[in-house]
Structure formats: C-alpha cells, structure tokens
Design a binder for this molecule. Structure first.
Ligand code: 6GU
Length: 271
C-alpha cells in the first residue's frame, strides 16, 4: 500500500516511521509512507500555506492552492488513492474503518492545521473525513499517525503469525481477554490455573469468558451493539445466575455461601 501524508511538518513522521512494526512493514516493502511538505507546493517568496479568514475572526485557514497542488501531485502517482482529511469534524475512526482502509491500494492523508482548510478543498478534493475522537488537536499529524498505525497492522503479512490481529480487542466486538506471562506468582497474584493446564478447549472458554466479563465491566456499550452467539449468551447468563444466587442468598439472611466462588471461574482476575 502506498501512503502519502500531506503536512506542513513532515519531520514529525520521522520517529513514527522508524520503529517497530511500522518500520518493519516499510522495510519489507508491504507499505510505503511518504510525508510530503505542503509548503513545496506554495507560491511566492515566503511559500505561505495559511491566510486570514474572510469575514474576520481569530486564527488562520489553510490556503487552497498549496493543498490542491499537493493533492493533485499525489493523485498523479496513484489515481485510485483515497484522499482523507484529518479533522475533528470527520467520521469517528474505529476498527471497522481501519479494516476498510486496509483494503485500499493507496491513501492520501491531508493534515489540517490552524482553524482548518479552505472549504473548497474540503468539497472538491476530499473523499472522506476522519476524526480520532471528540477533542481538538493542534493538527491532523498525530491523528494521521493513529490512523496509519491502526490500518497498516491489518494489511496481510504486516503482523507476524504470533502477532495476529484476529484476537484483537474490537475485532469480534469485544475487548480482548486478560493476558499473563512469567513469573507464575507476582506479588499476591497467581496466574489462573486453567492457563497452565494445557487444555486448549478450557483455555479458549476462559478467554471468551474473560473477554465478555471485562467488556461488560469496562465497555457495556460494545455488548449492546454486538450480536451475541449462543455460547456467549450462555456465559453471560451463567454470571447473571451466579449474581442472582448471591443476592437472593443475602435477602434470605444467609451470609457467605459459595455463589461467588462458583461464579469466580476467572480465578480472581476478573471480579
Ligand atoms: Cl483528525 N484533527 C484534529 N486537528 N483534531 C482532532 C482530530 C483530527 N481528531 C480529533 N481531534
């Protein structure tokens, strides 16, 4: 995949492109990322890229000519490339959008600065607008890095087999299960026995339960959106039943009992 990033601060991308999976993907030739200085397409002695807004008011607006010039140059290299403006007014970025963008042959990211880009660029040159969340950044560069990072790891071959994206949080509509590595005992915490058992059916079941419970606790909105499988429903129902048993045990005056210890098949990791 060919990625061009149009920005007035191309050097911001140096360290982003120099490390880890991003750097490896570039070296392997699976992606190419080219930061392009919009200023190279600006005219005049000062190569100005921003100007005051018509109608007055605070802030500056990115001038249309340098943006049009740099977008046209990127389009000339790859006519099929999708041109994406990073702006807080864009569509909220999510894993689903990352997956769709990973299938494109080329992407051109336009990084807005100041108060934004001239409206005629937005209407005539931009295929899609993306926001990375409901807050305002000083420019689109960090947002472009966020989007590029999320997209390239979904391109086939970019992740090694031991870094698979299939179990990622969000890829199945759930947060990912809990993870443990050595040592087996750390402070008061032990690794759940099931993970040491070598029983892969049991480990899969534990991981699904962990994913469901932590999604319920941390991001219940994700569960509302998700079509649950019958296995997933059964696991959540088991937790419901166990909690119900615990509560009705309290109502009838019993103390203790083992309702929760039965519910706690996650061995203390989840509550
Ligand atoms: Cl894509 N750009 C800027 N400037 N601010 C943002 C954003 C993008 N997404 C959230 N805030």
């Amino acid at each position: 995949m060919n990625i061009e990033v149009l920005t007035i601060f191309p050097d911001m991308f140096d360290s982003f492109l120099a490390y880890g999976i991003v750097s490896r993907a570039i070296k392997s030739g699976r992606i190419r990322v080219s930061p392009v200085n919009i200023r190279d397409y600006a005219a005049g002695k000062h190569r100005q890229t921003d100007d005051r807004p018509y109608g007055g008011g605070a802030g500056m607006v990115m001038m249309p000519e340098p943006l049009a010039g740099s977008i046209n140059a990127a389009r000339k290299k790859d006519g099929r490339a999708k041109v994406i403006l990073l702006t807080p007014q864009g569509r909220p970025f999510d894993q689903d959008t990352a997956g769709k963008l990973a299938k494109e042959s080329g992407l051109v990211f336009v990084c807005g600065r100041y108060e934004g880009v001239d409206e005629r660029i937005r209407s005539d040159y931009i295929d899609d607008e993306i926001s990375i969340g409901d807050y305002v950044l000083t420019g689109g560069e960090i947002a472009a890095m966020v989007v590029i990072d999320a997209v390239i790891r979904l391109i086939p071959g970019v992740l090694g087999s031991d870094e698979s994206a299939t179990a990622d949080s969000f890829s199945n509509g759930l947060l990912e299960h809990a993870h443990y590595t050595r040592p087996q005992i750390f402070r008061a915490g032990a690794v759940p026995d099931v993970l040491l058992s070598g029983n892969h059916a049991k480990i899969d079941e534990w991981r699904l339960e962990s994913a469901l419970v932590r999604t319920f606790l941390k991001r219940p909105d994700l569960l509302e959106k998700k079509a649950l499988s019958s296995r997933e429903k059964a696991i959540l129902k088991k937790w419901c039943d166990n909690i119900e048993r615990l509560v009705s045990g309290q109502d009838s005056g019993h103390q203790g009992g083992d309702a929760l210890s039965r519910a706690d098949t996650l061995s203390g990791e989840e509550p």
